[in-house]
Design a protein. Structure first.
Length: 256
């Protein structure tokens, strides 16, 4: 079995693969104060409680955008699994060309998403990850990641709305029954939801316009991506496990 780990700003998402089969996915909050023992015990217990034997994990691959947790996290993997994890970063084989001005500045999660979208759905492709930040990355037909757009995630926008305005409440982020809102909660939901759908559609439209190519497929993943994807025809595929699948693909490239 292969343990794949996507360490994001909000959550750490783990997946276990047997070959190409994803046996399960699990999440834990991202906290910089955990020790290596806390990470190791949490992950081994998590696997055991879901019927998976930690001793059958043959390798681990990690993508992280949170440098501050990596020492404790990797130490926990080494101590409790007896394995040195592969870290997605400079020098690792990905199967795509990072053709931007400073490839080292590209977040590991974005590279992993781009690899998965290109390998699984083909190019040219625009891959959108609705995470803490929302990213839109462009991969050409021949597998070159050439450009990207970053915007605040929908939760960041929501948090700013209720934290910076004294009279507005914290709300559930969801599609309201109508954009013709009759109360404060629904009006906030309408603004967040439809505003984000509009932003998504405009960025996709603008990317295709400047690329001068309307054939780009659009693949989305991440947290609230499903509700946005369901509300627009601009997104062709929503894959909740895209990042985990990308980690498995990169693992295969580096073990050939």
């Amino acid at each position: 079995m292969i343990l794949v780990v996507d360490a994001g700003n909000t959550n750490i998402t783990l997946g276990v693969f047997e070959g190409k089969d994803l046996l399960g996915t699990y999440r834990m909050t991202t906290k910089v104060s955990r020790t290596s023992d806390e990470y190791g015990i949490f992950i081994t217990d998590l696997l055991e409680k879901n019927g998976l034997n930690p001793k059958k994990v043959d390798d681990v691959i990690i993508s992280s955008v949170v440098p501050n947790i990596m020492h404790s996290f990797t130490s926990g993997i080494k101590k409790y699994f007896g394995l040195t994890p592969i870290i997605v970063g400079a020098g690792i084989k990905t199967g795509i060309n990072i053709a931007i001005a400073n490839p080292k500045s590209m977040g590991a999660d974005r590279i992993v998403d781009a690899v998965a979208a290109y390998e699984l759905y083909g190019g040219p492709v625009i891959v959108i990850d609705f995470g803490t930040a929302t990213t839109h990355d462009v991969v050409t037909a021949d597998g070159a990641l050439i450009a990207g757009v970053t915007s605040p995630g929908i939760r960041i926008s929501a948090n700013a709305l209720w934290k910076d305005t004294a009279m507005l409440p914290e709300i559930e982020i969801k599609k309201p029954d109508s954009i013709l809102a009759k109360n404060t909660v629904n009006s906030m939901q309408a603004g967040l939801f439809y505003g984000y759908v509009g932003q998504t559609e405009y960025i996709i439209k603008k990317l295709k316009e400047e690329l001068k190519d309307d054939s780009y497929k659009v693949v989305a993943t991440g947290g609230l991506g499903k509700i946005i994807s369901d509300a627009t025809t601009y997104i062709d595929v929503y894959d909740s496990d895209l990042t985990l699948k990308g980690l498995r693909i990169i693992y295969d490239y580096n073990k050939k």
